[in-house]
Design a protein around this ligand. Structure first.
Ligand code: DC
Length: 233
């Protein structure tokens, strides 16, 4: 286990399906830190909208959503059997449901809404108030924790990312084509980078990690070396 001089916040941002959450989870384990997947929070709000007819044909009923936003609670609970953190939407475990393609297809529309982001950022800042946290997303190093001690920005070739995502979805039993997944990845990249509210962009002080040609173990080793060098005892 890594032993640091003091507790820090590690922000991991980057494109979809770049391996952010895999790296973040492994790091949190090494450091005995909390891990928060902020994408899961936007996905949970999206699912709430889908379940409550607040989104139809990609049109969001923003007035109603704003009214109901306070009725949405999102929590994370560690699942000992599966050794992962599960996302709960109003006390219902939605961890698997929020990863399905229909949620992925709608999430960019919800995550670009200013008042949704504002609420998520408040919750996220609260989770980091005692430090000792690894958080991944799109705006963690730029908006949520611009003062984070360590920031990474992950990139990888879009086709490779789509292939990884496609494999994951197939393993879960989803019946989808590679084209659908590839288009979703490309479309989300475009929407994430081009939205007006907190677009995906590299924080000036973040370290780029290109995940195209490295294994998860190589990536983790590189990051641990960086952490040891900067913050090790
Ligand atoms: O990391 P992910 O693919 O599960 O994220 C789902 C969507 O949520 C993604 O398309 C962009 C959005 N998102 C965001 O806007 N800000 C974050 N901090 C995290 C995710």
């Amino acid at each position: 286990m890594l032993n640091l001089k003091s507790k820090i916040i590690i922000a991991i941002d980057g494109y979809s399906s770049c391996g952010k959450s895999t790296l973040a989870k492994e790091l949190a384990k090494e450091l005995n830190y909390a891990y928060v997947d902020t994408g899961a929070m936007y996905r949970a709000v999206t699912l709430y909208c889908m379940n409550n007819n607040l989104i139809e044909n990609k049109i969001v009923k923003t007035d109603l959503l704003e009214k109901f936003l306070n009725q949405i609670t999102i929590t994370f609970k560690y699942n000992i059997t599966l050794e992962r953190s599960d996302t709960f939407l109003n006390d219902l475990n939605v961890e698997n449901r929020i990863r399905e393609l229909d949620v992925s297809d709608n999430v960019s529309i919800i995550s670009k809404i200013g008042f949704v982001r504002k609420k998520m950022v408040i919750l996220q800042k609260e989770m980091g108030k005692n430090k000792g946290l690894v958080m991944d997303g799109r705006d963690i190093g730029t908006v949520v924790f611009p003062e984070a001690e360590l920031k990474f920005f992950m990139i990888a070739d879009p086709e490779i990312r789509a292939k990884r995502r496609y494999k994951e979805l197939l393993e879960k039993g989803d019946k989808i084509s590679f084209e659908e997944v590839f288009n979703n990845v490309k479309q989300r990249d475009y929407l994430d980078e081009n939205r007006a509210e907190s677009p995906l962009k590299k924080a000036l002080d973040s370290i780029i990690l290109d995940n195209t040609c490295v294994t998860q173990d190589e990536q983790l080793k590189r990051v641990i070396d960086i952490i040891n060098e900067k913050f090790g005892r």
